[in-house]
Design a protein. Structure first.
Length: 302
């Protein structure tokens, strides 16, 4: 596969996250609690992930490899928990802007651990993404915004945990089969979520049956596909560019809200979407003109 194929795969992984908020809002509107919706998302997602493993070619991993992948799934589950906590004291628009800080945190992690200093072009792309996120979140055109230090801390923790998950997806056990790797990452995520939100919904048949369609959709787009797509693409594009590509989440959030929920989207928000897409395209064109990060590592190691 060519470099831009892997970049597209990571981009689609980010798009999957953008679909989630629509199904979450529909589930809340149907009367389900945060605990039930979050638990159902990870439960059905991990079940689907392991069902997919059953139909793929088996490859044995050592106990050490399995443990590393399950532990790498902890920030996967923690992101949802931290983001939910941020929403308790922050407006949704502010919360997503804090979450969006993962675009520069990811570049920082790549610089710190892989010694890849961000280029000027990448820094410009990150700047475009941050400006676009502020416009897309419609912060400047809202009458009242609630900012608290607790919400700020939770929002930044969500950004850090998501950046960590993206970084680990690109660097931990690169040779593991993507489907098996995705299942193990999801397992780490569901364990983390169930420690905070005990799965009581599993023992209430009415809630279990009612939340099933929402949990199934959320499980596919929030638990199965992103780790799988990241496992395939991240090792080839690197975590720095990977976090930029996953910012496709926010444009999809707005598009889904407009098409499915019929929520009005203002002109500044659409301008923000265009700026985000320009930031993604500019960084990807620059990276695509050089060798993929994974190849650079192999050459320097040799």
């Amino acid at each position: 596969m060519k470099f831009w194929h892997y970049a597209l795969i990571v981009f689609l992984g980010g798009c999957c996250y953008g679909i989630l908020s629509t199904f979450v809002k529909l589930a809340y509107a149907a009367g389900f609690t945060v605990s039930a919706v979050t638990g159902a998302q990870y439960f059905f997602g991990v079940v689907l992930a392991w069902l997919a493993v059953l139909f793929t070619k088996k490859k044995r991993l050592t106990r050490r490899q399995i443990t590393k992948l399950i532990l790498s799934g902890i920030p996967f589950g923690a992101t949802g928990i931290f983001y939910y906590q941020a929403l308790q004291t922050l407006n949704a628009s502010l919360a997503i802007v804090f979450l969006f800080q993962f675009v520069w945190i990811g570049a920082l992690l790549e610089w710190a651990f892989h010694k890849r200093k961000p280029t000027k072009r990448k820094l410009v792309s990150i700047g475009l993404l941050l400006v676009g996120s502020v416009l897309a979140a419609n912060i400047f055109f809202q009458e009242s915004l609630t900012l608290s230090w607790q919400g700020t801390v939770w929002g930044m923790l969500a950004a850090c945990s998501f950046s960590t998950f993206v970084f680990l997806s690109s660097s931990v056990e690169k040779e593991a089969p993507p489907i098996l790797k995705s299942a193990l990452l999801s397992t780490g995520g569901v364990i983390t979520v169930f420690l905070v939100f005990p799965p009581t919904f599993l023992f209430d048949m009415d809630v279990l049956v009612g939340v099933f369609p929402y949990g199934l959709a959320l499980g596919v787009f929030g638990v199965v596909l992103p780790p799988l797509l990241f496992s395939i693409g991240m090792p080839h594009v690197g975590s720095g560019l990977g976090t930029i590509l996953t910012s496709s989440e926010l444009p999809v959030v707005l598009i889904m809200s407009s098409l499915v929920l019929a929520e009005p989207i203002s002109l500044p928000q659409w301008i923000g979407v265009i700026i985000i897409l320009l930031g993604i395209v500019s960084s990807n064109l620059r990276a695509g003109s050089s060798n993929p990060p994974s190849l650079k590592v192999q050459k320097s190691a040799g």
